[in-house]
Design a protein around this ligand. Structure first.
Ligand code: 5GP
Ligand code: ZN
Length: 120
């Protein structure tokens, strides 16, 4: 298992704890999904494990269940956002070259078309 259950100065831990407001679209015992405060697409939802893990680089075998659950929740959120048939992108930025700006593992669910490949 990666790192402690929470990191006091982590914005996503604070959102998961309900200490910082966010527009939550799904939450359960393992995962919270909420709308990105600075959306890059309509819609733009972030999915995070409740438990603090700083980076995909420190994910371990014990994290496989939660990561698999996040993907399944992402598909459910995509369905509820009306994206299932149109398509969507699920992406995780890891490290400086990818532009990771919050050190708590998160997946971006992006929809609405107009997405280029490869991403910039
Ligand atoms: P990254 O750049 O690390 O891949 O993505 C971090 C994302 O978190 C960014 O898209 C940014 O807009 C979003 N974000 C950062 N702080 C907050 C916040 O306090 N609330 C919400 N809803 N999103 C945030
Ligand atoms: Zn955190």
């Amino acid at each position: 298992m990666a790192e402690s259950s929470r990191s006091g100065d982590c914005i996503f831990c604070r959102i998961a704890a309900g200490e910082v407001p966010a527009t939550v679209v799904h939450e359960d015992e393992m995962v919270v999904a909420f709308r990105d405060v600075n959306p890059q697409a309509p819609p733009h939802v972030l999915l995070i494990p409740r438990r603090h893990m700083a980076s995909l680089n420190i994910v371990s075998q014990g994290d496989e269940a939660i990561l698999g659950h996040i993907v399944r929740v992402a598909v459910r959120v995509a369905e509820s956002e009306g994206l299932a048939d149109r398509g969507y992108r699920l992406v995780a930025n890891c490290g400086p070259d990818a532009g990771q700006s919050v050190d708590h593992v998160h997946f971006h669910l992006l929809g609405g078309g107009g997405m280029g490949w490869p991403p910039g």
